[in-house]
Design a binder for this molecule. Sequence first.
Ligand code: 13P
Ligand code: SF4
Length: 302
Amino acid sequence: MNSAIKAKIIEEKKRSDTLILAHTYQVPDIIDIADVTGDSFFLSKKAAELRARRVIMCGVRFMGETVKILSPSTEVVMPAPEATCPMAEQISPQRVADFRRENPDIAVVAYINTTAALKAECDVCVTSSSALSIVSKLPQKDILFIPDKNLGAFIASRLPEKNIILWDGYCPVHNSLTGADAAKIKAEHPGVPLAVHPECPPDVLEYADMTGSTSEIIKYALAREGQVIIGTERGVADFLNREYPGRFIQLAPEKLVCRDMKMTTLENVYGALRGECGEVLEIDETLRVRAKKSIDNMLALG
Ligand code: 13P
Ligand code: SF4
């Protein structure tokens, strides 16, 4: 399907020396034309390693910003500029700055799903795959974790030696799941393990056989022989079922769709490659350098 436009994209990306990065939540057509696919931690590491002249980021804005923060000389283009992670702006940078002034001994940890302006106010960033290890290595006992209360609660449950202060942010997609959704699918598929993302609420995690990031869920699912229920955005089950059709069951398929992640299309990628649409990301240099510190700390500790 769509082979004509895919061939044109492949031709155009070679001609224009452009690297296409895609988060695993992207639609299968976008995964097909990407050079690198993975979770947010993997993409941010790749962005630092590969000194691309130009990157098309198939994902949401904070992912493009992360590439630009790490590789300022790379031209970073968002093919769907309106694709943002709603959670990334659920706390204002001013609020974090005020909190820091009032609580100078507390470490501020930001989930990578935050704007560059928020990263600039924090000590260190984490992704869902690196959060536990990074928070456990921080010297401070008291930690403000922004913005995801569910990921923060998950970290707090695994690291009882830390005092983690939660912000009331959440991913509207994962947070829409309920314990009843998890109980129902477990009852419908007795004995089939459930793997969930830590952005899900704690009462969903209670039913999980495994909790982990996008890449950890994929690793867990592929390491098992039989079926696995996938409790995260449906791009992950789509990705897994491409290779093993029908083996992976999507939990609540009607709820677990990130609208923003689906805004990238073959048409807008092709247009962005040709400079006809999309947005070239620009970040103020002082802000970029401040935001980079928290990402560098993540890469050093992670
Ligand atoms: P990962 O860090 O697991 O890629 O998750 C990113 C994200 O947006 C989850 O909803
Ligand atoms: Fe943001 Fe949730 Fe979409 Fe991930 S799934 S990009 S956290 S809204």
